[in-house]
Design a protein around this ligand. Structure first.
Ligand SMILES: Cc1cc2nc3c(=O)[nH]c(=O)nc-3n(C[C@H](O)[C@H](O)[C@H](O)COP(=O)(O)OP(=O)(O)OC[C@H]3O[C@@H](n4cnc5c(N)ncnc54)[C@H](O)[C@@H]3O)c2cc1C
Length: 370
């Protein structure tokens, strides 16, 4: 087991350029955080493994509340729902903590000047576990409403009946969808400068794709740690907020305008990109060691669509001030509702959704005269 930051040569030998990455006997057995059981299996067998899901029991578990997603919004919702007396379970298709669990350091969560994301979500999960069950590696694949107003949920390993549901499935980074992006993920392609930028310091040549505030912040961060960074933007003007644009200019970060990435190429690692100029249609090859992608977010809305929840034009779940969705008894919180995507907003929304779910459950607003 190597700590790649302290063992740069070994990291180089195994072509590691994202964190965390587990290599056993030369095989990459896990990229990013894994549920503990899957991780142990990978280390013991030394072979790549899929996340192992528990056997499907078919047994119906009855709960007052099912929370879908164990990120900050879902964990907070569980704390509030369960403390108000509702029997609660949180289900997550991957691991507990959502996006924060893969965030190296959080510096804007009140109460902590600087805290590793995983530590923060471990504490949230520990607190939620005082009151609620949490099951990881269990994806909710379908939700049906019964005539009595309860919901039947199907997951990859079980079935649940619930009086109400909070959806906190978050949002994911938008992919470019170009050849090489998937193949070189973790080998030069990254969606997180704060996580992986370290591997490219000492003047490695890197591009960041995007022109919004996130791309600008990530470019400034990479430049500050000594990465040779160039921005690639499809338009002729950045969309980032003014202050950030000024900083980009002050630091002389080069920008290739009106251009898109057509292909990411390499061998073990990324070696180059093919860029296309949208104005004159010309393509050119550029030698790079890394490609950071910051072109937006996609809401994780597959389940919401399947249920038939009303969505915004951008695909986020529409909620009112109480965080009720268009289906009575279903609430949504966190990144999946759009707007500001931060831990504090996610936890705030999780609490609002849970408190309203409890109150509605006591006094259903949809029943006449209640
Ligand atoms: C690299 C990075 C750094 C960041 N840094 C900061 C920071 O410093 N400060 C800050 O405030 N914010 C930061 N953010 C943003 C913050 O992480 C998010 O706003 C926050 O995690 C949103 O919480 P959430 O609970 O809504 O969703 P998420 O954290 O995305 O959690 C959603 C969960 O739902 C699960 N899920 C999805 N679909 C299903 C399904 N069908 N069944 C079961 N489970 C499902 C997923 O596996 C996931 O665990 C950062 C984000 C990233 C990516």
């Amino acid at each position: 087991m190597i700590e790649a930051g302290e063992n740069r040569e070994l990291a180089k030998k195994f072509a590691v350029s994202s964190v965390p990455q587990t290599v056993v006997n030369g095989n990459i057995v896990a990229v990013s955080l894994q549920p503990e059981e899957a991780f142990v299996d990978a280390v013991m067998s030394g072979a790549p493994v899929e996340i192992k899901l528990p056997e499907r029991t078919g047994e119906m578990v009855e709960k007052d509340m099912v929370v879908i997603g164990a990120g900050p919004a879902g964990l907070t919702a569980a704390i509030y729902a369960a403390r108000s007396g509702m029997s609660t379970v949180v289900l997550d298709r991957a691991n507990i903590g959502g996006q924060v669990a893969i965030t190296p350091v959080v510096e804007n969560y009140p109460g902590y000047t600087r805290i590793p994301g995983k530590t923060l979500t471990d504490m949230m999960a520990q607190q939620a576990l005082e009151y609620s069950e949490i099951r990881q590696g269990e994806e909710v694949t379908d939700v049906k409403k019964n005539t009595d107003g309860t919901f039947d949920l199907t997951t990859t390993s079980s079935r649940y009946r619930a009086r109400c549901i909070i959806i906190a499935t978050g949002a994911e980074h938008t992919k470019l969808g170009v050849p090489g992006e998937k193949r070189f993920f973790g080998r030069g392609v990254s969606y997180c400068a704060t996580c992986d930028g370290y591997f490219f310091k000492d003047d490695k040549k890197v591009i960041i794709v995007g022109g919004g505030s996130t791309a600008a912040i990530e470019a400034l961060y990479l430049e500050s740690i000594g990465v040779d960074i160039t921005m690639v933007h499809r338009r002729s003007k950045l969309r980032a907020e003014q202050k950030l644009q000024e900083s980009i200019k002050e630091r002389n970060i080069p920008i290739i305008w009106d251009s898109v990435v057509e292909e990411i190429k390499g061998d073990e690692l990324v070696r180059s990109v093919r860029l296309k100029n949208l104005k004159n249609g010309e393509s050119k090859e550029m030698k790079v060691d890394g490609v950071f992608i910051a072109v937006g977010y996609d809401p994780v809305n597959g389940l919401a669509k399947k249920i038939g929840l009303e969505l915004t034009d951008d695909g986020y779940i529409k909620v009112d001030e109480q965080h009720r969705t268009s289906v009575e008894g279903i609430y949504a919180a966190g990144d999946i509702t759009g707007g500001i995507k931060q831990i504090v907003t996610a936890v705030g929304q999780g609490s609002v959704a849970a408190i309203n779910a409890f109150e509605d459950n006591m006094k259903p607003y949809w029943k006449e005269g209640s």
